[in-house]
Design a protein around this ligand. Structure first.
Ligand code: TRP
Ligand code: SF4
Length: 400
């Protein structure tokens, strides 16, 4: 069994905002202490849509990595790297492209959606069609078991699973597989061998999913097997193939609960965002000028928090007593809107304080960031090279 591993990437869109923090980074930070994690800058993915404007990718990459570090992504726990610095991603993408049906790519929902949304760009390109396949290579090359993504990306992870399955089906067909699998079953020992065979029959003949789960758990804990034999037995359970690539599953990150200054989804392009490391004066000004319940024209007009985007921020940043102060004060016109906004301002500044601090050392000495990323690239590359050795060998491209 390959070890559990988490892989996720972000396109280098420049400075991140608090929506990214509440939507994705907080989750990364939780995961990094639980499992081995690889987090990377998807710079090639940025080119799929902005191939005519590559000039800002590099600066955006460093800004984004500083934001990750500022938010608390910890390079002593997680591996941070840049996609294009691990060219094995491109090699796997190419090899996978040989057997990927065009229809799979064309029916990924983001394909048409994005073409419509970014109508000012010509996205009738080979690279853009291949976006989710490159993403599949990003993940499969680390034999990752989990991919934390937002709900828009779930179809991409589904496709990764299909790609891995197809690859194993096409190339996991070793000579003498059946005999090797039978020998491996024997190595499980009499009792376990019998259980394995029974569970396999239950799954294959009656489609019992539970039997598959049990058999996999047993293989996981079987000490007597080599990795190759274990992978054979995993493959033998589900069909007659060796498992070369691993099917990952999506870890659904809840959409950020943090709305933008106007109550819409927070997004740089909507102009309603607060940057992760926005300066204090600007945070204060942005919140102070936020729209409120339009019914509160004058200070003496009562309002309704449910009609006010400031209330949405209180829901995230304020404790119960502050929230009831808001509801009461708003409905009775007992407090003014500026007064109401102050606890939100204080909470955002407090949340950003450690981020600004952590970022400062990297801004003072950019070589620290370069070193972290160089180290991450080395680590990622070693893992990627291991997988590619297997992939080439199974495809008959070893030339040894
Ligand atoms: N497509 C992802 C996004 O837009 C970024 C990405 C690229 C990614 N490769 C990945 C995410 C691999 C997870 C795993 O958010
Ligand atoms: Fe919004 Fe607060 Fe003003 Fe009510 S008092 S409208 S919740 S800002």
């Amino acid at each position: 069994m390959y070890p559990d591993r988490v892989v996720s990437g972000m396109r280098p869109t420049g400075a991140l905002h608090l929506g990214h923090y509440h939507g994705a980074l907080k989750n990364w930070i939780k995961l990094q202490s639980e499992l081995p994690c690889l987090f990377f800058v998807a710079d090639w993915h940025a080119l799929t849509t902005h191939y005519d404007d590559p000039g800002s990718i590099e600066a955006n990459t460093w800004d984004m990595v500083i934001d990750w570090l500022a938010a608390g992504v910890d390079p002593s726990q997680a591996t941070l790297f840049i996609q294009s610095k691990v060219p094995e991603h491109a090699e796997l993408h190419l090899l996978l492209s040989m057997s990927t049906p065009l229809g799979w790519l064309e029916r990924v929902p983001t394909y048409k959606d994005q073409q419509e949304k970014l109508a000012d760009r010509d996205l009738a390109t080979y690279g853009f069609l291949g976006y989710p396949l490159l993403q599949a290579a990003d993940v499969l090359i680390y034999r990752a078991s989990m991919v934390p993504v937002g709900d828009d990306q779930v179809p991409h992870v589904e496709m990764m699973r299909e790609i891995a399955r197809r690859f194993n089906h096409l190339y996991g067909r070793e000579k003498g597989f059946e005999e090797k699998a039978h020998d491996a079953v024997k190595k499980l020992g009499g009792k376990n061998a019998k259980i394995y065979n029974e569970l396999r029959t239950q799954f294959q003949e009656q489609g019992k999913a539970e039997a598959l789960v049990q058999a996999k758990a047993m293989l996981d804990s079987a000490q007597s097997l080599s990795t190759a034999d274990r992978e054979r037995l995993f493959g033998y359970l589900e069909g007659g193939r060796k498992r070369i690539l691993v099917e990952p599953r999506a870890l659904l990150t809840e959409a950020s609960r943090l709305p933008g200054l106007d109550g819409q989804k927070m997004s740089k392009s909507y102009g309603n965002a607060i940057a992760l490391r926005e300066d204090k004066e600007s945070v204060i000004k942005k919140v102070r000028t936020m729209p409120t319940d339009p019914a509160r024209v004058r200070r003496t007009d009562p309002g309704d928090p449910e009609k006010c985007p400031v209330w949405e921020l209180h829901k995230i940043y304020s404790d119960e007593s502050t929230k009831s102060w808001v509801v009461k004060g708003c409905k009775s016109a007992g407090i003014g809107c500026l007064e109401c906004k102050q606890p939100v301002i204080d909470a955002i500044l407090k949340e950003q304080e450690p981020m600004r601090e952590r970022a400062q050392q990297y801004l003072d000495d950019p070589s620290l960031v370069r070193a972290i990323v160089a180290d991450g690239c080395d680590k990622a590359r070693k893992l990627a090279q291991e997988t590619m050795r297997d992939v080439r060998s199974e495809m008959g491209l070893s030339y040894s």
